[in-house]
Design a protein around this ligand. Structure first.
Ligand SMILES: [Zn+2]
Length: 163
């Protein structure tokens, strides 16, 4: 086993799929935040309610260590607005923030609520392969709209906070 050549190309920014525009929706998710430095998407696949991914935008970045101090602050501020919205709406017992990028080496963070009814308490939530079918459209869109509203409120409240 070895890392595929595609990984090294993508890591260098050649053909990186996460540098390909800022779609409002794609086969993997529906956007819930179009931020200054990131886009956040609710994951369509029915793995865990509220599971989202926040993708760095602006230029190709593979590692958090490539960001300036200001970029780090801006990025995590947007990631945490998504986390707060999920907490407020869905009542998880724990939030997980996974910065992995072993499949697609462009900076992104999986924001994963863990619930009392969780399938694997005490451990990271496995990402099943193959990807499970999408959640029902009615639930997807109800969660998208509620999360967008809560995230917007969180961003607004932070904009007016001194300091
Ligand atoms: Zn990229």
């Amino acid at each position: 086993m070895t890392w595929p050549q595609e990984f090294f190309d993508w890591r260098a920014g050649i053909g990186c799929p996460m540098c390909d525009g800022r779609p409002a929706a794609d086969e993997y998710g529906v956007r819930i935040l179009a931020g200054k430095v990131s886009d956040a998407y609710l994951v369509r696949s029915d793995i865990q309610r509220g599971m989202s991914v926040v993708i760095w935008r602006g230029r190709h970045v593979a590692e958090l260590t490539e960001l300036t101090e200001g970029e780090v602050t801006a990025y995590w501020s947007e990631v945490l607005s998504v986390g707060r919205a999920i907490e407020a709406l869905m009542g998880p017992v724990k939030m997980n923030y996974s910065v992995l990028g072993n499949a697609v080496p462009h900076l992104h963070t999986h924001v994963v609520p863990r619930f009392a009814s969780d399938p694997l308490p005490g451990h990271p939530l496995p990402f099943p392969s193959p990807r499970p079918p999408d959640m029902p459209a009615e639930r997807l869109w109800a969660d998208v709209l509620a999360l967008r509203s809560a995230i917007t409120a969180d961003r607004m409240s932070r904009r007016h906070t001194p300091g």
